[in-house]
Design a binder for this molecule. Structure first.
Ligand code: AHR
Length: 663
């Protein structure tokens, strides 16, 4: 090859080859920067909390003792007898239902020798996670039956049964009293145990044996795990939907969620089985119960802490239709509707009212400003319509200020879905829900294909609450589902479709929220944790990117005359943030190659430096782990931007958020 030919080839290589790396010519998009087309509701991006996967007990609720009140089906589940240094004695579970019907059982420890220690040891929720030098608060309700010279020795044990922290409780009286003691752990251990033994000869009754870290979220006793709440706070969610999900419905009505049983003194909240305990044969969880230590008061408090609207969901007189689907006769529905009225009073009522007084007594005289109320979860059929209407009739008359949310069944399409929407649209205005909750657990491809779902929704009907959705890498309810980039980027693409349609969609939330790595029933989940650590999945970071860059007004972003919904492998939405005077452009490139995009701004000009937040991975199987919790998370860059034309290069398989200051 002669020199001239070689030079020509080198020139082609430098000029043409880099260009050939791109899928195609730059895609030109136009943003109508000075013509907002809809408001983004402050509730647009929220969170949905359900006690599934040990999300509450064993999760965000910071109690470290499992079965603290001996109320599980097997009252000694989680507990073992412990005898040391020649001690002798016997354990007896006593049931005094007539005296304390909500918390009937307690443990009697009868020690028949002066020497040694005799008592019980708790295994925690798949172990007890403790940190070196951190403080722990032990508490117990106890009674020294014969008034003998007794003490309680409290010890944290590591996996080798070495004592890594201890304290004692003395001065025990013959009446039931609550005793507390704090102490430190000398080691960091994910799977410690708590030993509670009696010293001296005599009989001690114990109940509500409890251990909390002192350092909970906002330092509250009966508080929440700080790291887990922090992950939620970082999202700045617009609302918190609670407490579920199917848990609201119950396998049968006897174990439905009843908010009144979750407020007041913690020791008076009746423990019941968690419906996820037995739900999946492939993920049995026999030790899954609901202590309700995290109850409605705590959910309201959490919402307030997060600056989020509380959105409680109430049982509408129907048990889960995936289980037995039993219903309450319509003429017996009043107590259920009364629960809704009383909940409004509990949240918003004056302290002189019965339920407002309880809220005040629990520590919150000011109202919680409840605005939204969900009637039922994933119900379907005419039974739901009848029951929803009965609730709406009363609530709209007595509390017109409350925004009602109805369901639309468990699927985003099909006969039941169409039937419910049809019935909702036919309702009189006073009954019609302001929001309809839609759920979709679908594959990544479904999310990509349906990013235009809301483009054609009726603008005059109720607004949509996309209350539960998540991409399934395998299929719904499969234990093989992964929180990988393939599904997370598809959710991001879909979210651009929701954001573009913020005039129809007022609320969205991923589901489920939390999962314990050793105790889950359902996957995928947004945040995973063990006893000491926690991590956001790529799906979490997608959610966080949207919720922390929600803006205030939707702007149109067009590819020629069309909305950008997958053409050239690109999905897009744009909002204006009137508080910061920025245009926020979200671009999702699902191609395996980079994509050049030119954004033409109409009506405003970019000034200065844009913040560019990007998540990308060429490996669709990429995930985060507790060891590498941020492996796939947003990277922040800056981009100099001036004028009306933005030249952007999107990496392959990337979600990009550009915050462009404008004038
Ligand atoms: O999020 C898990 C479950 O999925 C919810 O409880 C239910 O509403 C849906 O079927």
């Amino acid at each position: 090859m002669n020199r001239i030919k070689r030079r020509i080839l080198a020139t082609i290589a430098t000029v043409v080859l880099p260009g050939m790396m791109f899928a195609q010519k730059p895609v030109v998009l136009t943003v109508q920067a000075n013509k907002p087309i809809a408001d983004v509701q402050p509730t647009m991006y929220g969170v949905f909390f359900e006690d599934i996967n040990f999300a509450a007990d064993g999760g965000i609720y910071a109690e470290l003792v499992k079965n603290r009140s001996f109320e599980f089906y097997d009252p000694q589940m989680g507990w073992n007898e412990v005898k040391k240094d020649g001690a002798k004695g016997a354990l007896l579970v006593i049931n005094q239902e007539e005296v304390t019907p909500n918390n009937p059982r307690y443990m009697r420890v009868k020690k028949t020798t002066d020497n040694g220690s005799f008592g019980i040891v708790n295994e925690g929720f798949r172990g007890i996670g403790v940190n070196k030098d951190a403080e722990y608060r032990f508490s117990v309700f106890a009674r020294n039956v014969e008034g003998a010279a007794l003490k309680i020795k409290v010890q944290l044990l590591n996996a080798d049964n070495t004592v890594i922290g201890e304290t004692e409780v003395s001065g025990l009286t013959t009446e039931w009293n609550k005793y507390k003691a704090t102490f430190k752990s000398s080691e960091t251990v994910p799977n410690a145990k708590l030993s509670v033994t009696v010293e001296g000869k005599g009989t001690l009754d114990m109940d509500m044996v409890s251990l909390f870290p002192v350092d909970t979220w906002r330092g509250r006793e009966n508080g929440m795990r700080k790291d887990l709440v922090q992950l939620l706070a970082d999202m700045k969610p617009g609302f918190v939907r609670f407490p579920g999900g199917c848990i609201v419905e119950g396998h049968d009505l006897a174990v439905r969620y009843q908010w009144k049983k979750t407020v007041g003194n913690v020791e008076d909240r009746k423990v019941i089985v968690n419906r996820w305990n037995t739900e999946f044969k492939h993920r049995p969880t026999p030790d899954y119960y609901q202590s309700f230590g995290l109850g409605f008061y705590e959910y309201f408090l959490l919402s307030e802490d997060l600056g989020a609207q509380p959105l409680p969901i109430l049982n509408c007189g129907m048990a889960c239709q995936f289980n037995i689907g039993e219903v309450v006769p319509l003429d017996k529905l009043d107590p259920y509707i009364q629960d809704a009225l009383d909940l409004v009073e509990f949240a918003n009522g004056d302290v002189s009212t019965k339920w407002g007084a309880l809220r005040s007594q629990m520590g919150h005289p000011k109202p919680f400003n409840l605005k939204y109320l969900g009637i039922g979860n994933e119900q379907w059929g005419e039974q739901y319509v009848e029951r929803y209407k009965a609730f709406a009739q009363v609530l709209s008359a007595k509390h017109p200020e409350i925004v009602l949310v109805s369901g639309s069944g468990p699927n985003p399409d099909g006969k039941e879905f169409d039937y419910l929407w049809g019935e909702i649209n036919k309702m009189d205005d006073n009954l019609k829900p302001a929001l309809v909750d839609e759920h979709y657990y679908r594959t990544a491809d479904w999310f990509l294909k349906h990013a235009d779902r809301y483009d054609s929704y009726d603008r005059s009907g109720p607004k949509v609450f996309a209350g539960e959705y998540a991409g399934q890498s395998d299929k719904v309810v499969s234990a093989k589902n992964r929180n990988n980039w393939k599904v997370a980027i598809a959710e991001a693409a879909y979210l651009t479709g929701m954001e573009r349609n913020a005039d129809v969609i007022s609320m969205t939330s991923y589901a489920p929220l939390f999962a314990h790595v050793d105790a889950w029933q359902w996957t995928p989940d947004m945040i995973w944790f063990d006893n000491l650590r926690s991590m956001g999945t790529p799906n979490y970071y997608v959610q966080k990117l949207f919720s922390t860059n929600a803006g205030t007004n939707v702007l149109s972003i067009l590819n020629g005359k069309n909305k950008v919904i997958g053409q050239d492998g690109l999905y897009a939405s744009t909002v204006f943030d009137k508080n910061s005077n920025e245009i926020i452009i979200k671009l999702v490139n699902v191609n395996s190659t980079p994509l050049e995009v030119v954004v033409a701004l109409k009506g405003k000009s970019a000034v200065g430096e844009a913040k560019w937040l990007v998540m990308s991975s060429d490996d669709e199987a990429s995930e985060n782990s507790l060891d590498k919790p941020m492996a796939l998370s947003p990277v922040e860059k800056t981009l100099s931007v001036t004028g009306k034309t933005l030249k952007l290069t999107l990496g392959s398989k990337s979600l990009n958020v550009f915050r462009v200051p404008v004038k």
